[in-house]
Design a protein around this ligand. Structure first.
Ligand code: VG1
Ligand code: CO
Length: 628
């Protein structure tokens, strides 16, 4: 192949967010069509304005006489857009991580991935990359990418030093929905801020990119290695099985035999919903082929480019089918729900864990996994190096860390901050309230790992119960945990796609409020006199204990004397407008009071949270979009 240099100009807004660059592929467009028609008795012409929200391809179906004004907003699909970001990434990496290097490219299979893989392969070739590794059908879950970087060895002994992950995670996919791309480093974790800042800076000044236009398109539907020759030497594309490396890693962490005993026991029933995301291919291999679960346990486990038109986010709002099956929905059938249910997001790094008619909050989930890991999971037999959570995640994990005398860290939102701790051997298990849980086996959160961790705990607790005695359920485990450690009532209110100006003003208002504690307490008492005093208020700032780097403005915290917390931050993963997240938490260690309904227990604090922030005044919203 030959290398072509293309001239280009920068695009605005190619700044990677919490987890990469996420934008619409090609957004819905508004067509104003002016239709001239003869009407009325005088037979004179009247102009009619028709305003409709159409898709671009409907343009051809408009009448000939129509005068059409179109506002079409394509983002990822516009010429050079992806190219600019990819070249800016290559330019941000150290030269030896590009020239002669091995780079993984794959993702959750969402719409535009197949085109993107071909473009990135051609650009990698042109930039002197030695090998590109692609999961079959361009599918690799985010945790599998991390595992592949860390574990896979090519036939010629090669190892990957980075990856382009093609996903917008839990955001919907399809021609008019989101596409995304992020870069992961040699440790298998997301690029640190020093690199993403450099990528962004490069996108603002880019003038050229390089591409091997005459490199043939790669057939990604079959596993094979294709070799090419370019101006700088050989270039290989290795299309490999998407599941092998990941399954091997899981088998080295968990006791598959004991999990299998649980899964095939008639006393235990199981259900897994991949929400049409990439988790499905791993679920089939692991739960069905390896662990012997019944095929009917799987819901939505064939990956689709548009996730079946749904929102691939595993929570009580979006994982509807599973929620109904588990007896938690409004129209749940009378059938006895399974004992255990779980779901994943589009790229399979998130998980939701449910028991029969029972929801496990992600903050509790990580605390429970940490409390039981040493007993139930072979990988942790020699002890935990430490545990960590993101700042808005509830303090359930803190209490476990205190009790078990474990090192504990509180980091900003986003998985990249856990990676440094793990690389330094300071942290074994970590989690986020946003349905993310994981360990130092890789450098991403891991949806299937979390499910296997729960199954391991259930298998361990029930090892003598499978024939005869009553099963210890998910609910029993959670209630038992609360009895020992106390309970953190927890909820998150999301206000999605609000006006960016309003969101900014709301945050500025909160920054003001946190500056004076006496004034803050006055305002709080005016709203509700029955909540405890705020003892501390600040903007969360994090100093990385490993490299000393500082991350500022990571959310506004109000910490109350009784251990309750209110946290506010703006989302960094959306693609339109702004999303405000409000995190509300209250600690209860009186074991007679840990069994209340969560929304009811939290209602005084929720009222304070909403009124304190003047939510309705700033955003016009009287209710959140999603409550988790
Ligand atoms: C959200 C979550 C955060 C998570 C991030 C990426 O970020 O709150 O905890 O790490 O998504 O998850 P934000 O900035 O929108 O709050 V994933 O599964 O979308 O890569
Ligand atoms: Co995800």
């Amino acid at each position: 192949f030959t290398v072509t240099r293309k001239e280009t100009t920068p695009f605005d807004g190619q700044k990677p967010g919490t987890s990469g660059l996420r934008k619409k592929v090609c957004s819905r467009s508004i067509f104003f069509s002016f239709l001239l028609c003869r009407s009325g008795s005088g037979g004179c012409y009247r102009t009619e304005l028709r305003l409709a929200c159409f898709y671009m391809h409907f343009a051809t179906s408009l009448d000939r006489g129509d005068l059409v004004l179109m506002a079409i907003v394509t983002v990822f699909k516009q010429p050079h857009y992806l190219h600019n970001f990819v070249q800016s990434t290559f330019n941000a990496l150290p030269a030896d991580k590009v020239k002669g290097a091995t780079i993984v490219v794959s993702g959750d299979g969402r719409y535009f991935s197949k085109d993107a893989v071909q473009i990135i392969a051609k650009m990698a070739a042109a930039n002197g990359v030695r090998r590109v590794w692609i999961g079959k059908d361009s599918l690799l879950s985010t945790p599998a990418v991390s595992a592949v970087i860390r574990e896979r060895v090519g036939a010629d002994g090669s190892k990957a030093t980075g990856a382009f992950i093609l996903t917008a995670s839990h955001n919907p996919g399809g021609p008019h929905e989101d596409f995304g791309i992020k870069y992961n480093m040699e440790n298998g974790g997301p690029a640190p801020e020093a690199i993403t800042d450099k990528i962004y800076a490069n996108t603002t000044t880019i003038k050229e990119y390089f591409i091997a236009e005459d490199l043939p398109d790669i057939d990604i539907s079959v596993t094979s290695v294709s070799s090419f020759s370019g101006p700088e030497g050989p270039f290989d594309v290795d299309v490999f099985d998407s599941t092998t490396d990941y399954v091997k890693l899981m088998k080295s962490i968990f006791d598959f035999q004991s999990i299998q005993k649980l899964l095939v026991s008639p006393k235990f029933t199981f259900c897994y919903d991949a929400l049409h995301g990439v988790a499905g291919i791993y679920a089939k291999r692991i739960f069905i082929d390896e662990l012997g679960a019944n095929e009917s346990s799987l819901l939505n486990c064939t990956p689709k480019e548009d996730f079946g038109g749904g929102h691939p986010d595993p929570n009580l709002t979006y994982a509807k089918e599973l929620v109904e099956r588990m007896g938690l929905g409004k129209s749940s059938s009378k059938d006895e729900p399974p004992e255990f249910g779980a779901a994943a997001d589009g790229d399979a790094d998130r998980n939701m864990v449910l028991g029969k008619r029972f929801f496990v909050t992600p903050s509790d989930s990580v605390a429970i996994i940490a409390a039981n890991a040493v007993d139930a999971i072979p990988y942790f037999t020699s002890g935990l190096k430490g545990v960590a959570r993101s700042m808005p995640t509830s303090a359930a994990l803190d209490v476990v860390a205190q009790n078990l005398k474990l090192r504990f860290f509180e980091v900003p939102t986003g998985w990249k901050f856990f990676g440094n701790l793990m690389d330094a051997g300071m942290c074994s298990i970590c989690g986020e309230e946003s349905f993310g849980t994981g360990s130092d086996h890789i450098r991403e959160k891991d949806g299937i790992w979390a499910v296997l961790a729960w199954l391991s705990i259930l298998a361990f607790k029930n090892k003598d119960n499978l024939d005869g005695k009553k099963l210890i359920t998910v609910e029993d485990i959670v209630r038992g945990h609360w009895a020992t450690y106390g309970r953190h009532y927890y909820t998150r209110y999301d206000y999605e796609n609000v006006d960016a100006g309003g969101a900014k003003a709301l945050m500025a208002h909160l920054v003001n409020l946190q500056a004076s504690l006496p004034n803050l307490n006055k305002v709080i008492k005016e709203i509700r006199s029955d909540v405890s005093d705020a003892a501390q208020a600040d903007e969360f700032e994090y100093k990385d204990p490993v490299d000393g780097s500082i991350s500022k403005h990571q959310g506004i915290r109000f910490l109350f004397a009784d251990g309750s917390r209110l946290v506010y931050r703006l989302s960094g993963t959306g693609s339109v407008g702004a999303t405000i997240r409000v995190y509300i938490e209250q600690y209860e260690n009186d074991s007679t009071k840990t069994g209340r309904d969560s929304q009811e227990a939290l209602s005084p604090l929720v009222e304070v949270a909403i009124k304190l922030s003047k939510m309705e005044e700033f955003t016009g919203r009287s209710a959140p979009t999603v409550i988790t």
